[in-house]
Write a protein that binds this ligand. Structure first.
Ligand code: OAD
Ligand code: ZN
Length: 246
């Protein structure tokens, strides 16, 4: 794979790198994306499953759906894309800003991770806000109750209409703004406010590189678009880095 010279030069001089990732980076680990051909939102209505109202209307149904996703995530392994991102840390100051709730960046070894949409392993009581990780509660197909107050326990993920975790978002934005290169990997970049991250990078004069199997909303803003699978392209970029860093 041939990369353009301008990009290789940026890579040589870069110190801070941000990876802004979405469902596409986990596609090769067997986790479905939301949009596109086999996307989850083609088969399910987000407003019936991923909102607080939906949860209050039918907590068991929503819980069962997250339990199903938890099972998929628990079986999934990080792929070559996640692993390459983790390895970039040997050479750069790397921040990972992810929309994914699947923990695969952490399993791959990335250290500085900002999770904009929460984490499926964490849950909390909607009454008293006690947190429970998935090992601390009974994981059946019906919604668990808080052992302190009996309230319903929900997954700690961001649902439609909800705020993003403030610190994760503002730290993620800062990292993007201060980065020398911002890779936007496997995201349709249409869900806000998460999709402001690449814009913050641009505002900070970062070099914006898109890695996706197809063009997206972002392609016209990107300084460089690389079309193909994240699990194939990211290791190739890492190879280039190794050439001049070793
Ligand atoms: P989407 O499903 O919207 O987009 C996935 C993107 O990944 C698409 O642009 C695909 O072309 C691309 N893609 C698929 N396979 C790929 C591969 N092997 N390599 C590289 N790219 C690939 O997922 P997100 O952008 O993450 O929000 O969606 C954003 C948010 O919408 C999610 O976090 C979720 C959803 O509603 C919440 O749950 C709050
Ligand atoms: Zn409680």
């Amino acid at each position: 794979m041939e990369f353009k010279k301008e990009f290789l030069q940026k890579l040589q001089s870069a110190k801070k790198i941000v990876f802004f990732t979405g469902a596409g980076i986990s596609a090769e680990s067997g986790i479905s994306t939301f949009r596109g051909k086999d996307g989850i939102w083609n088969k399910m209505k987000p407003e019936e499953l991923a909102s607080f109202d939906a949860f209050m209307r039918n907590p068991d149904l929503v819980w069962e759906w997250y339990q199903h996703r938890r099972d998929i995530v628990n079986k999934a392994q990080p792929n070559a894309g996640h692993t390459a991102i983790a390895e970039f840390e040997k050479f750069f100051d790397v921040s990972v800003v992810t929309q994914n709730i699947d923990n695969l960046h952490r399993s791959a070894g990335s250290k500085k991770i900002f999770e904009l949409h929460g984490n499926i392993e964490r849950n909390f009581c909607i009454n008293c806000h006690t947190f429970y990780n998935s090992l601390e509660i009974e994981l059946s197909n019906t919604v668990p109750k808080c052992s302190k107050c009996g309230g319903l326990v929900r997954p700690d993920v961001v649902w439609f209409g909800e705020m993003l975790p403030q610190d994760e978002f503002s730290e993620g934005e800062k990292a993007a703004e201060w980065s020398d290169i911002c890779f936007v990997v496997g995201t349709s970049a249409v869900v806000y406010p998460a999709a402001y991250i690449p814009m913050s990078a641009k505002r900070g004069d970062s070099y914006l590189v898109e890695v996706n199997i197809e063009p997206t909303e972002l392609s016209s803003y990107a300084d460089y678009s690389l079309f193909g699978k994240a699990g194939e392209i990211l290791p190739k970029i890492l190879e280039e880095v190794k050439k001049f860093k070793s």
